[in-house]
Design a protein around this ligand. Sequence first.
Ligand code: HEM
Length: 129
Amino acid sequence: MVEHVQAGSEKISDYAAVGGGAAVASVVDLFYQSVLADPQLAGYFADTDLTRLKRHQVQLVSQVMGGPVSYEGADLAAAHRGRGITDEDFGLVVAHLIKALEAHSVPQEITDRVVQALGATQGDIVTAP
Ligand code: HEM
């Protein structure tokens, strides 16, 4: 089956539209490259297994883009609990994600949907005043 062929009025997923798993993996690689290069954020990831983190983030982003992939990582509130993450940190992380999506020429409306879906996790992730 050719992934990009549209049958009737059926729309392809955002996941397929951006180029599938390889494209999402590339976005997530660039995303963590810039998160880890950000002096306000790098310290949070000092003890993190980055391979596992990236694998889970690829799953999560793929899932919110309607891809045939399920998130298998920890509950997001549990994964971020006790880390003292602030609203400002959260905003910086989202900005790095937007940059990574834009660098891969992901269309604005798809970027908006991804940011809206992941942005909705803010209440689970931000625990610092
Ligand atoms: C859009 C916002 C965010 C999303 C969607 C997100 C998503 C995730 C995911 C999927 C994981 C993997 C969990 C696992 O492996 O089981 C993770 C882990 C982690 N996140 Fe986030 N995150 C976000 C924001 C942040 C922010 C703002 C920080 C801190 C500045 C942060 C710090 C971390 C750290 C340190 C880990 C690794 C935890 C560990 O070592 O097990 N995240 N995040």
